[in-house]
Structures are given as C-alpha cells and as structure tokens.
Write a protein that binds this ligand. Structure first.
Ligand SMILES: Cc1ncc(COP(=O)(O)O)c(C=O)c1O
Ligand SMILES: Nc1c(O)cccc1C(=O)C[C@H](N)C(=O)O
Length: 396
C-alpha cells in the first residue's frame, strides 16, 4: 500500500498534525470539485431529472456497497441515510421486533451516550416493558443470559479505544437466542471488520470519522441478509416503501436493506462521501491496520519516554485497541488547548482523557514524531498551565 500517495489525496493545512480523524476526517482533495460538479452540472443543469440521470436515487445503495467492502458485509446489505442516532434506533427497533418474547437490552457504560439515549427513547415509546441494562465493558460477556433480547455494543470505545471481541460476543449472544447490533462508528475505516464472518444481525456506523465523508455525512446501516426481508424498519418512510413512486396509502416495506431507507437522501453530502470512498476503494484494510498499529506503538513509546505526567488510558495490547490512543492527565483539557495552539490537533473527553486518532491514510512517522515532540514540550514546560486554556470554551 502506498500511504504516501493516499496522504497526497487530502488537504492538510501546512504545519498541522491532525490526530482527530476519529471524530471528523479531513477534506479529500477531490471532494470540493465533486461537490461543485454535483451542484453545478447535476442540480444546476439537470434539476429534478438528476434523481435518475445522475443516479442520485441509487446512491444510498451504491455507496453502501463500497462501505460494505470495508466492513466485510455481503453485497447489497448496507444502505446509507440519516444520522447514526437514527440508524441505532432503527436497528434496535428491528432487532427487538425479531425477538418478541424477550425484554432485556444489554449494552456497556463505555458506549457513546447517544446509543443509550436512543435505546431509552425507543423502549419508552414501545412501552412493552423492555429494560436497558448497562454494565462495565469487561462484564458484558457475563451478562449474556437466556433473558437477553438484544446485545447492542459499540465495538471500539470512543474514550479509551478499547475494542470488544466482536466474534466471541456475537457467538455468545447467538448461543442464548439473542440478536446483536454493532455500532461501527470507531471501526469503519479504522480496522478490518468481518460482519458476514461473525454473522452480526445488524450494524450501524457513521461516515464522517475515519471514512472522511465530511461533517454531516450520512450514516449507514447493515442488515444481515437472513433478516433483510423480515426486519421491520420502524421508521417507515416513503423511500423505504416497496414502490415509493406508486404513492400507495398503505406502507409495504421495500425489498431487502432498501426498507431501511427513510426519506430524501442528502445528495450534496453523498457527493463528498463519493470522493472520499474513491480513496478507500484502493485500500487493503489489513495493510491499513498493520500500519495503524505500527504508528500507534511509535506514538505510545515516544510519549511514554518523554512525558511523565501522561498515563496510557488505552489497552497496551494493540490488538485490543481500535485506531486511537488515549492518555489520562488531570489537566488534559488545558494541555489539549496548548497542543492545538501548536498545531497538534487531538481532542479531550471528560474527565481527563486526551484522545489522538491514528489514521494511516494521511498520518506518517514524521507526523507522529512531531506530535510526540510537541506533547513533550507542552508537558515539560507546563505550557498548559494557563487560565485561558482551562477556561477556553469548546463544544467538541
Ligand atoms: C459510537 C457513536 N455512536 C453515535 C455517534 C453520533 O451519532 P450521530 O451521527 O447521530 O451524531 C457517535 C459520535 O458522534 C459515536 O461515537
Ligand atoms: N459527531 C460529532 C459532531 O457532530 C460534532 C462534534 C463531534 C462529533 C463526534 O463525532 C464525537 C465522537 N462521536 C466522539 O467519539 O466523541
């Protein structure tokens, strides 16, 4: 894999080391032109005929298949649309309907809050006595029992980068008759995923992080082919109908994963994502993973050798991590502001986690070494120790 070539495919501001692609990927160079073409030559020239002529209507499935290759999904089992929060709701609603005799939904306390909020909202809307149980991540396996309806987990923890064993947990849940939903927000484009191999029931994920589809890029949902024609989409919008343009008054779910579509797809966002996926089409996920591990190990070794104050919050075993490295430091918020001011972009998650995404498509050894040097300077000279850093407002 020529990662120097993939790096040239991104706009990266001069002098910046961008270690936040686990939250928002950078701009693929081709994206601006692709978006402009969609706006000018398609929307501008073709107007409504572009839904057919420019293939807008088919894009949620076509782009879904390109993402499907990266996550080991069967062709035709992934579709794009909406936000990840909405796709979590849809997947859980469909899974609960496929397991009507049981009431327990199991997740872990490291899960991203929106997944848990959506589960609570769905449970209260259903009003059938379901219960969301959240346990410590390492205790998930021991809470898989005969009451379990659905196991709903995010594979890679957004704070620590700790990775669940997707194959083992899926097997354990299936052995007790439960269904499994994987949130791949921090996995898609970060590491190899084998949805078909592990026989996951549903998976969901976003495209604005490691996949570099841009802010607000649509989410995706995977439905295992064995459920594709029986899963109830829950959000029964017209574009998930079997024949949307028949305008029937009665809802009939579409064929296969198409039924998970809800409403009008975000065409301009999909244009940006299309350009991002052109880069991914040439990527071997195992080669990417190997390089991510090598870069992460270099980063951890460098930081640990140079900085006393930072404690590794991610698993030390690279196989047990996703593609991010996190350190704990009680003044982590201020330290991250000091790094950002010096061109090293990571982020902070309360109470004390400094998070760095390792993304080999555009991060190389020189970037890692530069980041280590700047982190060492900030720590050694207490450059974080400024009231304005502690008080600086940030939403992300
Ligand atoms: C695991 C996980 N689920 C969901 C989301 C967010 O979902 P949405 O795209 O709806 O904002 C994130 C990050 O924003 C996430 O990390
Ligand atoms: N989705 C985000 C957004 O709309 C704004 C700011 C950040 C995000 C994120 O993706 C946060 C991310 N899921 C996290 O791991 O913390």
């Amino acid at each position: 894999m020529d990662f120097a070539a993939t790096k040239r495919m991104f706009e990266l501001p001069e002098g910046m080391v961008y270690l936040d692609g686990n939250s928002l990927g950078p701009l693929p160079r081709a994206a601006a032109g692709r978006v402009a073409r969609t706006v000018e030559a398609e929307w501008g020239e073709m107007l409504i005929t572009a839904w057919n002529k420019a293939g807008w209507m088919a894009q949620p499935r076509e782009l879904g298949d390109r993402i499907g290759r990266l996550i080991g999904a069967e062709p035709g089992s992934v579709v794009l649309g909406d936000t990840l929060s909405i796709k979590v709701y849809q997947a859980l609603a469909a899974a609960l309907a496929l397991n009507p005799g049981r009431r327990k939904v199991l997740s872990d306390r490291g899960n991203f809050p929106t997944d848990l909020y959506m589960a609570e909202g769905l449970i209260s809307a259903l009003d059938k006595g379901h219960e969301l149980v959240t346990v410590a991540p390492e205790e998930v396996a021991s809470h898989i029992d005969d009451d379990l309806a659905v196991l709903m987990l995010t594979e890679v923890d957004y704070r620590t980068g700790r990775k669940h064993d997707m194959a083992a947990l899926t097997r354990a849940a299936h052995a007790v008759g439960a269904l499994v939903i994987w949130d791949l927000a921090h996995s898609a484009g970060a590491l190899p995923v084998d949805l078909a191999g592990v026989q996951a029931d549903f998976a969901v994920g976003c495209t604005y992080k490691f996949l570099n589809g841009g802010p607000g890029a649509p989410a995706f949902i995977y439905v295992n082919p064995r459920h594709a024609d029986t899963a109830r989409p829950a959000l029964s919008g017209w574009l998930g109908h079997e024949a949307p343009f028949a305008f029937d008054l009665a809802y009939r779910p579409g064929e296969g994963v198409e039924r998970m579509r809800v409403g009008t797809p975000p065409v301009i966002q999909m244009a940006a994502l299309d350009a991002a996926l052109d880069i991914w089409d040439g990527v071997d996920m195992q080669a990417l993973r190997d390089r991510a591990i090598a870069l992460s190990e270099r980063f951890i070794e460098g930081v640990e050798a140079a900085c006393d104050g930072l404690t590794l919050a991610s698993p030390r075993d690279p196989e047990a991590r996703g593609s991010q490295v996190s350190f704990r430091f009680e003044e982590g918020y201020a330290a991250m502001q000091a790094l950002i001011d010096r061109g090293v972009i990571g982020d902070f998650r309360a109470p004390d986690i400094m998070r760095f995404g390792i993304t080999p498509l555009y991060i190389d050894e020189a970037d890692i070494d530069r980041a280590v040097k700047v982190i060492a300077e900030v720590m050694e000279h207490r450059l974080w120790d400024r009231p304005d850093y502690r008080e600086r407002a940030a939403v992300t």
